[in-house]
Design a protein around this ligand. Structure first.
Ligand code: NAD
Length: 335
């Protein structure tokens, strides 16, 4: 079995590559990644010498590169490659359309041409928009994206759906809630707060801090994708979430307490534009139809994550330099 994982040097993709190589030693895993600011081959140090692992640097939107790669044979595609950060999509939306929409279409075309047996599109609950105080996103919730990021992911999802409806391709779309865990780029909430707290830097919290996200430990997302890849019914969408809704301020205070740092480090900053208030996932379908269940609850997952960031300080310290610093200054300078 030859599995093409795109975006496998990013946060979830690298966790997935490691998960797959350990679970299926007889699979060939090809990791295609453009190595943008978010791609980091260091994430893959533990498996880089595995004989059944190959890395290819390339852009999913580059049809020539993609064709050459598929020509060598691919059975399954799992598409993680994306521009993934909402704040960056507000500063510069165009690259989000290129990678998340056009890149997905280029991959689909190659998958169609070379008879790939399954195409899994890794998407996000953010395509559903924002919830009020009650209710949950189901797979039937209409798409109503609010940020350039979520709009580009919704565009990708729709083109995947169209290739199923029009060409009969065997596709699945997963829509997962917010992930956290090892190797997450320190611009996202949890690693940003852990690293800032460890450096005794201010912890910037948007608005009133009461925005709610439904958190899932990354390994549980990997096991869900594994199930969808092997057992997903063609054309179906599967929501993935751990039923762990928490406000942002709760997360920040949990991290400060675990690290024994004072709450005076918290700084409320001007809210993100178009900031969705609440996400919450109904994962009944994947649970009942594919037998998925998460291993971690929020308390065990956050403990494991904080420990990982404590033990892997060099990993995130190396990232927090250069281009990342430039972005960080631009993002928070005016707030
Ligand atoms: P990430 O930003 O950490 O990683 C993205 C990876 O894609 C990077 O390695 C980057 O180099 C690569 N990439 C970007 N553009 C590329 C291109 N044009 N061609 C090839 N590679 C390219 O993202 P992540 O948090 O690991 O998210 C992975 C996927 O999961 C995304 O599709 C995202 O929308 C989705 N998702 C993320 C979350 C979350 O909480 N992080 C939740 C649900 C879904």
């Amino acid at each position: 079995m030859k599995v093409l994982v795109t975006g496998g040097a990013g946060f979830i993709g690298s966790n997935f590559v490691i998960y797959m190589l350990n679970k299926y030693p007889d699979y060939q895993i090809i990791n295609l990644d453009e190595l943008t600011y978010a791609g980091n081959l260091e994430n893959l140090n533990s498996i880089q010498n595995f004989p059944n692992y190959t890395f290819v640097k390339g852009d999913i939107a580059d049809a020539r590169v993609i064709d050459q790669l598929f020509e060598k044979g691919v059975d399954i595609v799992v598409n993680f490659a994306a521009e993934s950060h909402v704040d960056r999509s507000i500063l510069d939306p165009q690259i989000f359309i290129k990678t998340n929409v056009m890149g997905t279409q280029v991959l689909l075309d190659a998958a169609k041409k070379y008879g790939v047996t399954k195409f899994v599109q890794v998407s996000t609950d953010e395509v559903y928009g924002s919830l009020g105080e009650t209710g949950l996103f189901t797979e039937m919730t209409p798409l109503s994206p609010n940020s350039p990021y979520s709009a580009s992911k919704a565009g990708g999802d729709l083109i995947v759906r169209a290739y199923h409806e029009t060409f009969g391709m065997n596709v699945n779309i997963t829509r997962c809630s917010n992930n956290y865990g090892p190797y997450q780029f320190p611009e996202k909430l949890i690693p940003l707060m852990i690293s800032n707290a460890l450096n005794n830097k201010q912890l910037p919290v948007y608005g009133d801090g009461l925005n709610i996200r439904d958190w899932l430990y990354v390994e549980d997302h990997c096991s869900a994708i594994d199930l969808v890849m092997h057992k997903g019914i063609s054309g179906e969408v599967y929501n993935v979430g751990g039923n762990n809704e928490r406000t942002n301020i709760h997360i920040v205070k949990t991290i400060l307490e675990a690290l024994d740092k004072p709450e005076s480090l918290i700084t409320y900053v001007e809210d993100r534009l178009g900031h969705d208030r609440r996400y919450g996932i109904d994962a009944t379908k994947i649970t009942q139809e594919l037998g998925w269940s998460p291993k971690y609850n929020f308390e065990s997952g956050i403990k494991a994550t904080i420990l990982w960031y404590l033990e892997n300080k060099e990993w995130w310290e190396r990232i927090q330099s250069g281009a990342y610093q430039e972005y960080y200054t631009k993002q928070y300078a005016s707030r």
